[in-house]
Design a protein around this ligand. Structure first.
Ligand code: HEC
Length: 123
């Protein structure tokens, strides 16, 4: 029992020490590829939103109002994040009708939120 407690403490301390920024290429684009690009890709671009690369969705806009999808530093002003996180199924992305993967699992939401909060860099 004591051994397990020590292991947990070591894991927690190690976890706190690691402050790696979220990587767009390694952690965010794969999520978009898996969850979004079947509807927001080059051939099918719902809402004229293309998510196959950083440049393509940073240059895409919301359907009404032409707002940016991502406001660097502010996940809660970023439509891309708000729509994934909302608990209102009518608005949520990906739509419930799409795949069994909707809504996004908490770990992926957290990645998205951190990446935007860290400045939504093309890293
Ligand atoms: C099954 C298809 C489908 C998938 C998968 C999907 N979307 Fe969408 N998305 C749509 C449709 C349809 C619209 C609305 C287009 C319209 O109204 O013309 C939309 C619109 C949007 C908008 C714009 C909303 C606005 O208010 O302007 C954003 C942002 C968005 N999606 C983000 C995402 C993200 C992020 C993912 C992946 C996590 C995703 N979508 C996955 C179909 C999809």
């Amino acid at each position: 029992m004591r051994y397990v407690t020590i292991l947990i403490i070591v894991a927690l301390v190690a976890g706190c020490g690691k402050k790696q920024p979220v990587s767009f290429k390694e952690q965010i684009q794969p999520v978009l590829n898996a969850r979004c690009t079947q509807c927001h890709g080059k051939d099918i671009a719902r809402g004229k939103i293309v998510m196959t690369s950083y440049a393509s969705f940073m240059n895409s806009h919301t359907i009404s109002g032409k707002e940016p999808l991502v406001v660097p530093g502010s996940p809660y002003q970023s439509r891309l994040y708000i729509l994934c996180e909302t608990n209102q199924p009518h608005f949520r992305m990906p739509p419930d009708t799409s795949t069994s993967t909707a809504p996004l699992p908490p770990a992926e939401l957290e990645l998205l939120r951190h990446w935007i909060a860290e400045g939504a860099k093309d890293n």
